[in-house]
Design a protein around this ligand. Structure first.
Ligand code: SAM
Length: 227
């Protein structure tokens, strides 16, 4: 799978891609992430990519020309399944969307900045708008990384134990069960006995019961889809 990230502050995106699971996904050739500096596509002097908003008001707006040039240049090389703009007024990102996007081949993620991007980019080039939650960040770079991570880790072959992703919260509309590791007792606090019993079926039943309990307490809204 290939993901192209377009940003006017590409440095913000680089480091998280060079470590841990995302690094491994790329090293295995399962995920390719290409970062594009919007300033490399601008025809304007001084690598300008933003300008004052028509009608006045505070903040700058990313201009259409550099964005259009970048997207068109990518689209001339391959077909993209989606051209996604990260924006607080988009559809809220969730596991179902991550699952669906992980099955695609090529994605463009456009990170906005300042006050946002010229509306004509959204009207003419964007096929999907995604928010990572009801709060406003300074740029779309962190939201783009959230998508790359959520999508990248579930590409088959990326996690060393793929079944672990299947039991993550939200995959089956349940929150994940509590997890423990060594030591089995720490300062008098023991892990639940069942987990050290070696009885696989009972452990599995206990984990599901714990998942259900936690979901009922914290996210009862998820249970209507689970049932
Ligand atoms: N004026 C915009 C508004 O009120 O909707 C906010 C602009 S924000 C300061 C700058 C950029 O950050 C946006 O263009 C978007 O790409 C990104 N961004 C901020 N919050 C986001 C969120 N919750 N989800 C996705 N992208 C976000």
């Amino acid at each position: 799978m290939r993901i192209d990230i377009i940003s006017c502050v590409p440095q913000l995106v680089e480091s998280p891609l060079s470590h841990s699971i995302l690094k491994r996904a790329q090293a295995f050739g399962l995920l390719e992430v290409h970062i594009h500096d919007l300033r490399d596509y601008t025809p304007y002097n001084h690598r300008q990519v933003d300008d004052y908003p028509f009608g006045g008001g505070a903040g700058m707006v990313l201009m259409i020309e550099p964005i259009a040039r970048c997207i068109r240049s990518l689209q001339s090389e391959r077909t993209y399944d989606e051209v996604i703009y990260l924006t607080p007024d988009g559809e809220t990102f969730n596991q179902k969307t991550a699952n669906r996007l992980s099955l695609t081949q090529n994605l463009i993620l456009l990170a906005g900045h300042y006050k946002g991007i010229d509306q004509r980019v959204r009207d003419l080039f964007i096929t999907k708008e995604i928010s990572i939650g009801d709060y406003v960040l300074s740029g779309g770079e962190l939201p783009a990384l959230v998508l790359v991570d959520a999508i990248g880790r579930i590409i088959p072959g990326v996690l060393s134990d793929e079944t672990s992703a299947l039991f993550d919260s939200f995959q089956d509309n349940l929150l994940d069960a509590p997890v423990y590791t060594r030591p089995a007792e720490w300062e008098g606090h023991k892990v639940p006995e069942i987990l050290t019993s070696g009885h696989a079926a009972k452990i599995s039943a206990w984990l599901e019961e714990q998942s259900l309990k936690k979901t009922r307490e914290r996210r009862p809204d998820l249970l209507k889809d689970w049932e």
